[in-house]
Design a protein around this ligand. Structure first.
Ligand code: NDP
Ligand code: GDR
Length: 373
């Protein structure tokens, strides 16, 4: 019998890679998607299966982490061997705007799933993965951060995820559920949400390179992050549920870059060299050199990066750097995609899209691009 997995957040970045990965392993994959006024399954459309075919291996259910009876019913129906709780209001800055909703979905949503497992008597059958986060370390108490580093969350998102972390540990200890936290550091890809800083940068620079946009507005460019690739990280999520006993793991690369460095590397991919002027409050990035034909819309001297204070957060996480030793030793952690390859992939995808838009525009078609300004 093939294993059955249930993924919350299947329409998100990680959910889409994990669904692909589990389907390749022969799993029957169930996913929870939210009702939206527009289709919201872009990231999984390529693996979507017509429910009319016999024995589809990918099955979607409408649901929401804020809805206890819905979650309980889906778990009862699916009887999963593995639950991956990836669903969340996952944007740190937005959590300051919607703290209560974030707590309901990210913290209590996790409790709802664990309670459903318990109420349905699935404690011995269903293994549970919780998408924990390096944001738990917040105001860091130790460098690099590992499984034993004390937490100090710095946003409503991180505080909600702290509850989710501990309720997962508690249900493991109290009821013997095989439940794990993956404390994942930032991971990106060409499927990353457009308002996270990496994708915002690659998308904006690609548009600027094609003359479709003028300026990229950013907040704290000194923030340091340990960025890996989402495709590598979902494999670790699965591996955590295949061990003999449940444990929590840090997943990170052990290498750190600043937001400013990310801008430079992405710009270089487009043949743009950036010179920085100013003092961090009014910092400007101007173009000092352009090479090749990837950036026909840019000229030397052009101001393409600027700071907008609205992107600064009330409390910031300045630096994150993970120590993935435990995952390396116990899970055989081998990330395959380097930072440079990841940026390359993201820029290539966004440049392709920008070129299509530029071509349409050149032929007189009206195009509108959704942007965060
Ligand atoms: P995304 O924001 O790309 O995806 C989040 C998913 O959760 C989407 O499918 C979204 O649905 C869904 N979702 C949001 N609200 C609800 C809700 N109320 N009920 C049900 N589903 C909901 O996040 P990622 O894929 O990047 O991250 C996956 C998980 O890992 C998240 O929990 C995140 O907090 C955590 N994490 C992410 C890291 C990263 O660097 N990417 C690092 C550490 C942890 P919709 O598509 O409809 O919006
Ligand atoms: P983060 O990711 O908060 O680390 O959370 P994000 O990409 O949003 O920010 C990274 C850093 O860049 C700084 N920054 C900006 N961020 C955004 N979004 N937009 C900007 O314009 C901008 N300018 C500078 C931020 O201040 C921050 O320091 C991500 C999410 O995926 C979480 O769900 C996950 O838990 C953590 O990573 C690990």
């Amino acid at each position: 019998m093939n294993k059955v997995a249930l993924i919350t957040g299947i329409t998100g970045q990680d959910g889409s890679y994990l669904a692909e990965f589990l389907l390749e392993k022969g799993y029957e994959v169930h996913g929870i998607k939210r009702r939206a006024s527009l289709f919201n399954t872009d990231r999984i459309d390529h693996i979507y299966q017509d429910p009319h075919i016999p024995n589809p291996k990918l099955i979607l259910h409408y649901g929401d982490l804020a809805d206890t009876s819905n979650l309980t019913r889906i778990l009862q129906q699916v009887q999963p061997d593995e639950v991956y709780n990836l669903g969340a209001m996952s944007h740190v800055a937005v959590s300051f705007e919607s703290p209560e909703y974030t707590a309901d979905v990210d913290a209590v949503g996790t409790l709802r799933l664990l309670e459903a497992i318990r109420i349905l008597g699935l404690e011995k059958k269903t293994r549970f993965y919780q998408a924990s986060t390096s944001e738990l370390y917040g105001l860091v108490q130790e460098i690099p951060q590992k499984e034993t580093t004390p937490f100090y969350p710095r946003s409503p998102y991180a505080v909600a995820k702290l509850y989710a972390y501990w309720i997962t540990v508690n249900y493991r200890e109290a009821y013997g559920i095989y439940a794990c936290n993956g404390i994942l550091f930032n991971h990106e890809s060409s499927r990353r949400g457009e308002t996270f800083v990496t994708r915002k940068i690659t998308r904006a620079l690609a548009n600027i390179a094609q003359g479709l946009e003028q300026t990229l507005y950013l907040g704290n460019m000194d923030a340091l992050r340990d960025w890996g690739h989402a495709k590598d990280y979902v494999e670790m999520q699965w591996l955590m549920l295949q061990q003999e006993k449940p444990e929590d793991f840090v997943i990170a690369t052990g290498v750190q870059y600043s937001v400013r460095q990310f801008v430079e590397v992405a710009a270089a991919e487009l043949g743009i060299e950036i010179a920085w002027q100013g003092n961090g409050v009014e910092e400007k990035g101007t173009v000092s050199a352009v090479t090749g034909d990837k950036a026909p819309g840019v000229v030397v001297g052009q101001e393409i990066v600027a700071i907008d204070p609205k992107y600064f957060r009330p409390t910031e996480v300045e630096t994150l750097l993970g120590d993935p030793s435990k995952a390396k030793n116990k899970l055989g952690w081998t990330p395959k995609i380097t930072f440079a390859e990841m940026v390359q992939e993201m820029v290539a995808k966004d440049l392709d899209e920008a070129k299509r838009h530029a071509l349409l525009k050149a032929h007189g078609y009206n195009i509108s691009i959704s942007l965060e300004k």
